[in-house]
Write a protein that binds this ligand. Structure first.
Ligand code: HEM
Length: 468
């Protein structure tokens, strides 16, 4: 029986073993978990197995691991394992009644539906043009050679891309220089303490709320201007601006009315939150891995030379055919997934892989732990893009590679994110030679999306500057 089919809930199944060791009452293994949750969960899995329970900040956590367990969690009905209840602590970022805080799962699906369509293949070519232009703009501002902070550069690049593709040019022009800081403050407002009580008066939460006000306020002005320009725009109107805001402005509720501004700004803020920094982090890890494995760079350039004539624009057809590049990005997703913990709240007693999960538990999955299972990925700590090649294709096993989740809540921005990271690295590999400037790049677990710890410095030289 799967968690999703347990119907009214089930009391069968054997108990989940507790994580041994002496933990603090109520807090559980919080200090070790905050320091390095992946190390803690990996070590625990080696000792106890693929399912175990522990207390954390007053919650009963049930951790499960492995493709079959992932399938049960991802496919479970919302009334049994709820993503909305697990992620409601994000409401201060999206706004009341939006995303995971929507009145019902159906309401959340309805909010996401126009976005899903707009992020689909029809619009990706237009997005690819914006992405290439933004990478080139940042490159143009760099001296011919030197050192750069890869994460900082890529964060600025993805801020500009997300802003232009999702909210549009006017918002980008109006808010541009302030956005990296504002998006950062929005993202930094998600912490362990926020899971407990997102409204306690921590300074980070006050900054988060001020950042949200500034962002949604400026979006509101842009929306008012657009509505004033095209008051007649209805569902059939094709958005001339080509950004997601235009799509949301022409979307209609079930009873035929435009979406309220509050919902439009909430959806856009939520999407920037979900997709901007995560993409920067995936792009940064891709770069870190390539500087550590320079033997792949000539192979990637050879692939590119056969697909992308110099001087012509990048498009989705070229990027789709860049298979080795895709495999390298996939290795970054596997070795360093930007989201390391995915959660569901058990609303009823249920069973996962024969283990009893009591109602009220917080069910946890970790892409970072799952991606290093030797039973699933051969020699899992090794950077090996060939594991995805035909004949081996380790990622094709359902729910093995879960950097973008799976099942009913699978990421709707996957194609956009891959397009972005592949565009960034297509241009950077063509225009720059890169070398590591430091020995180690460890993940920084103090943030919600673990990036390479700062500073993430690499040395570079523009290839147009001639051979070094
Ligand atoms: C490298 C970049 C990204 C990563 C690693 C990522 C990862 C994920 C993961 C793991 C989930 C599933 C969460 C769960 O099951 O608990 C998810 C859901 C989601 N992602 Fe992404 N994401 C990325 C980029 C984006 C982008 C670019 C967008 C939109 C512009 C986006 C929008 C969403 C939304 C709306 C959901 C919720 C879907 C639902 O619950 O039905 N993501 N993402």
């Amino acid at each position: 029986m799967t968690a999703g089919t347990s119907g009214t809930g089930s009391r069968s199944g054997v108990p989940v073993p507790r994580l041994p060791g002496r933990h603090l009452p109520w807090l559980g293994p919080l200090p070790a978990f905050r320091r390095d949750p992946v190390a803690l969960l990996r070590a625990a899995r080696e000792r106890v197995g693929d399912a175990f329970a522990f207390p954390l900040l007053g919650q009963d956590v049930v951790f499960v691991c492995g493709p079959e367990a992932h399938a049960e969690v991802f496919e479970a009905d919302e009334s049994v394992l709820s993503a909305r209840e697990a992620y409601r602590f994000m409401a201060p970022v999206f706004g009341r009644g939006i995303g995971y805080d929507a009145a019902s799962p159906e309401e959340m699906d309805a909010q996401i539906a126009p976005v899903r369509a707009a992020l689909g293949s029809r619009n990706l070519d237009a997005y690819a043009r914006v992405m290439e232009a933004e990478v080139r703009t940042r490159l143009a501002g760099l001296p011919p050679e030197g050192e750069l902070d890869l994460l900082d550069e890529l964060n600025r690049t993805t801020v500009a891309i997300a802003t232009r593709c999702l909210v549009g040019e006017e918002f980008h022009r109006r808010m541009g220089p302030e956005l990296p800081r504002l998006y950062h403050e929005l993202e930094s407002g998600i912490r362990l303490a926020g899971m407990l009580s997102p409204r306690v008066p921590l300074p980070a939460f006050r900054r988060r709320d001020r950042a949200r006000e500034a962002i949604t306020g400026a979006m509101g002005e842009v929306i008012a201007e657009r509505r004033a320009r095209r008051p007649e725009a209805g569902p059939a109107a094709s958005p001339p601006e080509g950004d997601l805001l235009a799509v949301l402005l022409s979307a209609r509720t079930e009873d035929g009315r435009p979406l309220p501004d509050r919902i439009v700004t909430g959806i856009l803020t939520g999407l920037i939150f979900a997709g901007q920094h995560t993409s920067a982090v995936l792009a940064a890890w891709t770069g870190v891995l390539l500087t550590r494995h320079p033997e792949y760079v000539p192979l990637l350039r050879a692939e590119q030379a056969g697909l992308w004539p110099p001087g012509s624009p990048l498009d989705t057809r070229i990027l789709r055919r860049a298979e080795l590049l895709e495999q390298c990005v996939r290795e970054a997703e596997r070795l360093h997934p930007p989201l390391i913990l995915l959660m569901r709240k058990a609303l009823r007693d249920t069973v996962i892989q024969g283990r009893r999960v009591p109602a009220g538990s917080l069910v946890m999955i970790s892409p970072a732990v799952a991606h290093r299972m030797p039973e699933v990925f051969r020699d899992p700590d090794r950077f090996d893009p060939s594991r995805y090649a035909e004949g081996r294709a380790e990622h094709r096993r359902p729910h093995a590679l879960i950097g973008f989740g799976g099942g009913r809540h699978r990421c709707i921005g996957l194609a956009f994110a891959y397009l972005q990271v592949k565009t960034v690295w297509s241009v950077l590999l063509r225009e720059l030679d890169l070398w590591p400037a430091q020995d180690v790049h460890a993940p920084d677990y103090s943030t919600f999306v673990p990036a390479p710890a700062a500073p993430c410095t690499v040395r570079y030289r523009k290839r147009s500057a001639g051979p070094s």
